[in-house]
Structure formats: structure tokens, C-alpha cells
Design a protein around this ligand. Structure first.
Ligand code: UD1
Length: 416
């Protein structure tokens, strides 16, 4: 169990580099098994979810080593096409190995994935996409078996732009005979990153970012080098932390276009936002105004992953902010915990209504999930006194050395 202690009331000042993207790294790690080749990745964050992906790679027979933020994978020795249940449970992204293993081995055997309990999180769209490519998919006693003697390129129409289903379809399509078109694809920057990685591997993929992706299989190169893009949710979290605590924070090595919707609301809330090349500066007095309404949507809309941390930043904002969550049924699990700090949040169906309060006070909280846990730390920075967050390790799944990053900026945050 991780114990976080935050003593609020300190402003954040200084500059910090934004970690590499977790959600871009994970599908790329799965993609590294597509062919018997070597992959060198840079700027990979050190996180529990990355460790879980490395354990899956090793179980499959690959060599997988991380040194700092560099990662080396040798997929030539892959000997298995099954991921054991215990490894599947460690994170949601383990499901992306399905498309990759199907492409490499003609078979993938997995169980339903774990990850944050944000709602039902079915994988029907993933399975439907693989079936359309010619895979035979059977689900029996908690096990999913995908098999295909031959995958055939086709047009896949996704009824909802699921990030994971788009990734699985892209990966499986790299081994199909002929061209595959994905219509209604997710447009998140992480999909673009996967496209760029596949192209670096030697495939021919285009259209990512537009909702219409075309995959033309090609023979893979023997080795691929690739740099992971900055994490837009980690950047959003730090920006919200500075907004809540007050101060002036410069995010280095970031891509402001990837989280412009978050910056838009922080600006509306009264923060000064300065963007220059790959740097974003957030200046805040700590006293914000209510914004919105905010509705979470698939990219380029406001990201569901940034919803809890922006909510945390707005707890003391003057006025009323309404946030509607449309992606996950259970994405407000942080709300009962934030109320313990004195926050005034009412739930109305799939919306949260936040009435800004003058003061928050420290309390003992329990992290509910990755982003919900981060939201509690952000709120703790703006609360008077000490906030303790008991955490089963959710926050470390997505934030690299978060205690050190915040402490270096002047926050009083400890992790025991
Ligand atoms: C990814 C991100 C996660 C983010 C989410 C939405 C990673 C590792 N995770 O998750 O951080 O919160 O995108 O931006 O990149 N759905 C179905 N059937 C399916 C698949 C999804 O109904 O087969 C539904 C889900 O239940 C959810 C919605 O679609 O309500 C969005 O899910 P999806 O885009 O697939 O998210 P993930 O890929 O799981």
C-alpha cells in the first residue's frame, strides 16, 4: 500500500519535463511482437503498467529490458501466444496483445483484461473488428481464443471510436492479406503514435487522427527505433495542480495541442497560459472561477482521463461548474473522497455539479483509481492542513516519480 501525504497551501514554482506517454507506450510495446524484430524505444515512462507489459513480453519469450527511460525488446524468441490470467488482470492494455499475437502467431489466447474499474468496459468492439478480419473468436469459461489461418484486409466500421478496438484492429491488420480500412476510428494522439511506430517498423499506415485509417501490410524491418511522445494526461494533471495550488509552472517537452481542451478551461478559470514551442507555462493565483459546462468526449473533445484532475482544480473556484461524463459510467468515483475535504459536489445523473467553496481542509482519503487518485493529490495541494491518500498503487500505474516531481516544484508531498 502506498501512503501519500500532502500538506497543502504551498504554491508551485519552476519547470519540469513531462514524462513519456503511458497510453502511447503500451500499444507500441504490444506492437513490438508483430514480427521477429528488435525494438529500441526512448522516453518510456517508468510505471507499474509498463512493468506489467514487460512481464507479458518476457512470458511470451521476448527479451525486454528497461534502463531508465530506454527500453529494448527482442521479439525474435517469441514462443507463446497465450497471456496468463494473472498478467491480464494487471492492466486494461494487456488486451492489445490480442491483435498483435493474432498477427504474429495466427492465434491469441487471453482472458478479459483488468485495469481501473470505471464501468463495464466490454471488449465487444475489439472482438468484432478481429472477426471482420477473418479471425474465429470463441469465448469460453473466462478465456478468449482468437484464431485465423489467414487474415483478410477489409473495411471495419467502428460504431464508437474505441481507442483499444482501433489499436487492436490496426495491429491485426498488419498481417492481413490486402488493405484494411478502419472507419470511425479513434482519433487520439496515441493512435497517431501507433501509426508512426508501425510505419517505422516498415508497415504502411496512414490516416490516423482523421477517423479513417488505412493499413497496408509490408514486411517489417529487422529493427526499429522510436521515441515516445509526451504524456498529455500527465501534462494536464500538472497544469491542474499548478492551477489549484497557485504559482507558475512551466511544462517542458510537451505537446500543447494534445491537451488544448484542458488548457482552454484553465484559461477560462483565470489562469494565464503561455505556449512557446514545446513548453507550456501555467500561472495561477490559486483563486479560480467556475467554467464550462464541460463534457467528456472522444478526442479531440475534452478527455475523460483529465476530468477528475480538472474537477479537483475547480473545487475552490468561484461559481458553479457542471461536468458531464459520457465515456465511462463510473468515472466519478473520486467524488465521495473529495467531499471529505469539504468540497461541495452534487451528482445529477451522469453530471457532477461543483459549487466552489472558500476552503478545503485536509482529510484521510483512499485512491479509487489512477486518475481519481491523482485528483485527490491535486485537491490536497489546495487544501489547508494534511491530506493523506491511501493507495493500492493506482497512482504509480500512470505517474512516474510523482512525489519527486511535485516536491521539486515546491509542494510538500511525501510517498511512503
Ligand atoms: C483508453 C485509454 C484510457 C481512456 C480511454 C478513453 C489506454 C491504455 N487507455 O482506454 O486511459 O480513458 O481510452 O479515452 O489507452 N467500449 C465498448 N466496447 C469495446 C470497447 C470500448 O463498449 O469493445 C466502450 C467502453 O466501455 C467505454 C468507451 O467505449 O465506455 C471508451 O473505451 P475505449 O476508447 O475503448 O477506452 P480504452 O481503450 O479502454
Amino acid at each position: 500500500m502506498d501512503h501519500w501525504t500532502v500538506r497543502g497551501g504551498r504554491k508551485l514554482y519552476g519547470a519540469c519535463r513531462v514524462q513519456g506517454s503511458k497510453n502511447a507506450s503500451l500499444p507500441i510495446l504490444a506492437a513490438s511482437v508483430l514480427a521477429g524484430t528488435e525494438t529500441e524505444l526512448t522516453n518510456v515512462p517508468r510505471l507499474k503498467d509498463i512493468d506489467a507489459a514487460l512481464r507479458i513480453l518476457r512470458h511470451l519469450g521476448c527479451r525486454a529490458e528497461q534502463e531508465g527511460n530506454d527500453l529494448y525488446i527482442d521479439a525474435r524468441g517469441l514462443v507463446r501466444s497465450a497471456v496468463p490470467h494473472a498478467l491480464m488482470l494487471e492492466m486494461r492494455s494487456s488486451v492489445i496483445f490480442m491483435g498483435a499475437l493474432l498477427a504474429r502467431c495466427g492465434e491469441a489466447r487471453l482472458s478479459p483484461p483488468g485495469g481501473c474499474q470505471l464501468g463495464k468496459r466490454p471488449i465487444d468492439l475489439h472482438l468484432a473488428a478481429l472477426r471482420q478480419l477473418g479471425a474465429e473468436v470463441t469465448e469460453r469459461e473466462g478465456e478468449i481464443l482468437c484464431r485465423a489461418s489467414k487474415l483478410r484486409g477489409t473495411t471495419i466500421r467502428l460504431p464508437f471510436p474505441s481507442v483499444g478496438a482501433t489499436e487492436n484492429a490496426m495491429l491485426a491488420a498488419t498481417a492481413a492479406e490486402g488493405e484494411t480500412v478502419i472507419e470511425g476510428a479513434a482519433r487520439e494522439p496515441e493512435i497517431r503514435a501507433l501509426q508512426d511506430f508501425l510505419n517505422a517498423m516498415g508497415c504502411f499506415v496512414h490516416g490516423a487522427g482523421s477517423g479513417h485509417i488505412v493499413i497496408t501490410p509490408r514486411r517489417a524491418r529487422s529493427s526499429t527505433e522510436f521515441r515516445i511522445q509526451p504524456d498529455r494526461i500527465a501534462a494536464s494533471t500538472l497544469a491542474c495542480a499548478a492551477a489549484a495550488a497557485g504559482g507558475e509552472l512551466t511544462l517542458l517537452d510537451t505537446e500543447s495541442a494534445h491537451f488544448s481542451t484542458v488548457l482552454h478551461f484553465l484559461k477560462q478559470a483565470g489562469c494565464a497560459i503561455m505556449t512557446k514551442q514545446r513548453c507550456v507555462t501555467v500561472r495561477s493565483s490559486g483563486r479560480l472561477r467556475a467554467v464550462g459546462p464541460i463534457t467528456t468526449e472522444p478526442y479531440p473533445g475534452f478527455p475523460t482521463d483529465a476530468q477528475p484532475v480538472l474537477m479537483a482544480a475547480l473545487l475552490r473556484a468561484e461559481g458553479v461548474t457542471r461536468i458531464r461524463e459520457t465515456i465511462f459510467e463510473n468515472r466519478f468515483r473520486q467524488v465521495p473522497e473529495l467531499r471529505k475535504l469539504g468540497a461541495d459536489i452534487a451528482m445529477e445523473g451522469q453530471s457532477a455539479v461543483i459549487r466552489g467553496v472558500e476552503r478545503l481542509h485536509g482529510a484521510s482519503l483512499t485512491a479509487t483509481d489512477l486518475r481519481g487518485g491523482a485528483a485527490m493529490l491535486v485537491a490536497g495541494l489546495a487544501a489547508e492542513g494534511e491530506t493523506r491518500v491511501e493507495d493500492e498503487g493506482h497512482i504509480a500505474r500512470g505517474y512516474e516519480s510523482f512525489d519527486r516531481v511535485l516536491s521539486d516544484l515546491g509542494a510538500d508531498v511525501r510517498l511512503n
